[in-house]
Each structure stands twice: as C-alpha cells, then as structure tokens.
Design a binder for this molecule. Structure first.
Ligand code: SF4
Length: 290
C-alpha cells in the first residue's frame, strides 16, 4: 500500500469525500492491480477464516509445551455464570481473544493480523461485535480495510514485529487496527478512526516482547486480551469526542523510537522480562533435562 501516514489518508477521505475503508480498498486495487471484486473476495476470505478459527476453538487442547490451553473455555464459562466484572460483551471478547491465542499456540489455523502472536485481537472484537449487533459480513469486511490501512501505515513508519520493536509493535498495532475498525463500524469519522488507533497504541507504548522459552504462548495469549479490551476503550473514547493530544502519526513515530531503544533482551529473544523470571528459567531448565 502506498500510504505512509494516517494524516494523508484522512486528507484523501476529505478531498474525495470517501470513507476511510474505500480509500484503502482503492489503494489495494491500484497497488496489486486487481479488480474491486478480487480485492473484496480476498478480504472476505480473511474474515471467513477468522470466523472459522473462532468457531473451531477446542478448549480441551493444550499446546505442545503444555504452557497454555483451556483459558478461552474457562473464561467463556465464567462469563456465562453472569459473574464477569466486565459484563457479557467484554467478557466474550476476552474469551475469544484467549481462545484465538491458544489456537495459535496449538498450531491451529489462524489469521495473522498483523502477526500470529497478536492474532486474537481483531477477531475477538469483530466476531463478538457481529454476534451482538447482527452486523452484515459486508460491513465487517469494510472495517477490515480500515484496520488494514492502519496496520500498513504502522508497518511503513515503524514496525509490526516483536523482534523489531517489542510487543507494542505486535499487540499495540493489532489493538490500534481493531480500535480503528470498531470506530469505523460505529460510524466514526476518518479523523476519529485515526485517533482511536493512536490512543490504543499510546496505551501500549513500551510493552516489551518477552516470551517464555521463546514460545508465542506466555505472555502472548493473555496479551491478546489487553489488546482487545484496550481497542474497545480507545474506540469508545474516540467516539465520545476524545482525541489523542499527540497527532496519530507522531504516536507511531514515538512507538518506533521506543522500539529502537528497547534492549535486545526485550525483543523476542526470550531473555528478558517475564522470560527471565525464576519461574520461566526453571521451566526452561526442566525442558532441557527432558
Ligand atoms: S510477547 Fe512477543 S511474541 Fe508474544 S505476542 Fe508480544 S510481540 Fe508477539
């Protein structure tokens, strides 16, 4: 995609009087030299894969390492008990985010959006949004273009991989994409979409990548929950008329600066942060003995 800044996309929306997602769809057609129906078919395919992955979750599965499994089912049962502090909608989003993260750890098919580690964020908010509101697939697919546009700008200005910029780049970007998609679904303006994305990213700035044993399991699965819930709150803030004091593109630039300064032990090497706790080291040592 050709956009290097969110501001540029917003300007295009205003100049052409088109919604955010249409600008990104046109850009995709142009960049990949495909027809509208082909671009849409590819995005539909992505959405169908997300829904299938969500529906296909098996709460009885454990990852090969044994580190994760069953949390999505436990959360779902808790939500169904009516006791969840966050209520049923947010509770369901949390359960889906855990489920997708676990499915990834259990080698099931997922959609990396933007990465496998952060694969639970977008589906968790969108699948449950659709279930709650009966939103047609077409509208969700359009929101996925909004998410894609945000993700592309982050990738162009900074990065989306934990190995490059820490978990802020993975879960942070996924959360920004989801916040923008939700804001679009609720009828937010292009500017509100970018501010929702910015607020989501700001809230996760500095988040390190510290997977135990180098496996995309701990803390990754549960970080999908915070990415999802953070997206909901950022979208609601934007829709309430609250904006990011720091312009959205500058927030992305700040994320890059923070990522550049992050010590290598905190960038997916499995050597720092949670990966370097006594519990994590003991677990790793036990694996080596086996
Ligand atoms: S901790 Fe690292 S591997 Fe895990 S989700 Fe975050 S960026 Fe990805």
């Amino acid at each position: 995609m050709s956009y290097n800044s969110l501001e540029e996309i917003v300007r295009e929306c205003e100049e052409k009087a088109l919604p955010f997602d249409e600008i990104i769809l046109l850009d995709d057609m142009n960049e990949r030299n495909v027809k509208r129906e082909d671009s849409l078919a590819a995005m539909y395919g992505m959405w169908e894969a997300m829904k299938r992955a969500d529906a296909g979750y098996d709460g009885n599965l454990k990852s090969r390492s044994g580190l994760v499994g069953g949390a999505g089912a436990a959360m779902k049962a808790y939500v169904e008990s009516g006791e969840a502090l966050c209520g049923s909608f947010v509770g369901d989003v949390m359960a889906s985010a855990l489920a997708m993260g676990e499915s990834n750890a259990c080698m099931k098919r997922i959609v990396a959006a933007p990465t496998a580690g952060a694969c639970g964020v977008l589906p968790a908010v969108l699948v449950n949004y659709q279930k709650r509101n009966g939103t047609p697939d077409e509208e969700i697919v359009r929101a996925l273009y909004t998410a894609a546009g945000i993700g592309q700008v982050v990738a162009a200005r900074a990065y989306i991989a934990g190995a490059s910029g820490g978990c802020q780049a993975e879960i942070g970007t996924a959360s920004a994409m989801a916040a923008g998609a939700l804001t679009a679904l609720r009828g937010g303006s292009p500017s509100q979409i970018t501010h929702a994305a910015a607020m989501a990213l700001k809230n996760l700035l500095g988040l390190v990548c510290d997977p135990v044993g180098g496996l995309v399991e701990v803390p990754c699965v549960k970080r999908n929950v915070i990415g999802s819930v953070n997206a909901l709150s950022a979208a609601d803030m934007a829709l309430a008329g609250i904006s990011s004091r720091i312009p959205p593109d500058q927030v992305i630039d700040a994320m890059r600066e923070v990522g550049d300064q992050m010590h290598p032990t905190l960038r997916e090497t499995g050597q720092g942060g949670l990966a370097n706790t006594p519990a994590a080291r003991e677990w790793c040592a036990a694996q080596e003995e086996e």
